[in-house]
Design a protein around this ligand. Structure first.
Ligand SMILES: [Zn+2]
Length: 333
């Protein structure tokens, strides 16, 4: 297998890649303290005919791994001889974070808060700058694959700006359990992409540090739906959900006391205002705090780590259901 290496001052030219083939590419984005390059691996599926460039990024938080398996499964599904356009798959976006099995970059900065980085700046900013300019700027559409943080669990849910028709359609195409209206938070990859006319959504796939194949297979189906919608492959989108829970917003509920916490609701449960969602015990087993939902909503994610300091995140609650439906999507009955 041949690997194409893109050096520091070289540009990745998608147009120069041979059509009808899968290309493995390493893009040099920056150097570590040994002077050894950090190379971001890309799998580029170049179709026979012209069409959009769909970019899929995973592990921008280095311990959020379900997206890697999703990408590996996707390669097996796509025949470059029958593809229109180009798939650019980035299984490991945050190389140093992945190597240390942690969310952050090597300097403990969250890459997904500093996009698009700076050409001259902190180590994470330089990496982010080259990651965006050499890779993500080539995309026409972006699906950014994430998971819950360590110690928490998530449903399959989408963060997208539902007031924008293009990103709203991308959100519904994924068949998620839950869609949350989120304006683009500054510094995120999604925000940079949408500001630069690359429609982008965030797909949150379950938990960190794991491969969860049921959620991975559901995510894969959503990506294939997206490719059908963009006419990159033949067919109509399937299983478009009418019953996704759509939330206008989401909030974290925090503990006020420290101790040992037990969080009761399951993912995707609907809970009502005033319901007891967790109890914090002291080390002698006595209840110190009963945490109640301060509004009704649906459980997007929750803490599963029993040791709890005062002010820890307990439960991620999606609220309200007043967002618009998708625009017309072929196959969406
Ligand atoms: Zn993440």
């Amino acid at each position: 297998m041949q690997i194409l290496k893109i050096k520091a001052k070289e540009d990745l030219k998608l147009s120069a890649l041979k059509r009808g083939e899968i290309h493995r590419v390493q893009v040099l984005v920056s150097d570590n303290a040994m002077g050894v390059p950090w190379r971001v691996p890309l799998i580029i599926v170049k179709g026979m005919e012209n069409g959009p460039v769909l970019g899929i990024t995973a592990a921008l938080h280095g311990n959020e791994l379900n997206g890697i398996s999703t990408i590996f499964k996707l390669i097996k599904e796509v025949n470059p001889l029958k593809l229109k356009g180009t798939l650019v798959l980035v299984p490991i976006s945050n190389v140093p974070g992945y190597l240390e099995n942690k969310r952050y970059f090597s300097d403990n900065v969250d890459l997904n808060r500093i996009m698009p980085g700076k050409p001259i700046g902190k180590t994470s900013e330089i990496y982010a700058h080259h990651f965006v300019s050499k890779i993500v700027s080539k995309f026409n559409y972006l699906l950014d694959l994430h998971t819950a943080s360590h110690g928490r669990v998530n449903s399959l849910y989408i963060r997208a700006d539902l007031e924008n028709e293009e990103t709203r359609n991308l959100a519904y195409l994924q068949n998620p359990q839950i869609i949350v209206q989120k304006y683009d938070e500054e510094g995120t990859l999604r925000s940079w992409a949408n500001d630069n006319n690359i429609p982008a959504i965030t797909i949150e796939i379950g938990n960190s540090n794991a491969f969860q194949h049921t959620l991975i297979d559901e995510t894969l189906e959503g990506i294939l739906n997206t490719m059908k919608y963009l006419k990159m492959i033949r067919g109509k989108p399937v299983n478009m959900v009418d019953d996704a829970v759509v939330c206008d917003n989401s909030y974290w509920i925090y503990s006020q006391r420290g101790g040992i916490i037990d969080v009761f609701p399951n993912l995707a449960d609907v809970i009502t205002e005033g319901q007891v969602i967790a109890k914090v015990y002291d080390v002698f087993g006595q209840v110190k705090e009963e945490i109640k939902a301060n509004m009704s909503g649906v459980v997007i994610g929750k803490n599963v780590s029993p040791n709890c300091e005062a002010g820890n995140r307990v439960l991620h609650l999606g609220v309200s259901v007043m967002c618009p439906k998708p625009g017309h999507i072929p196959g969406n009955n």
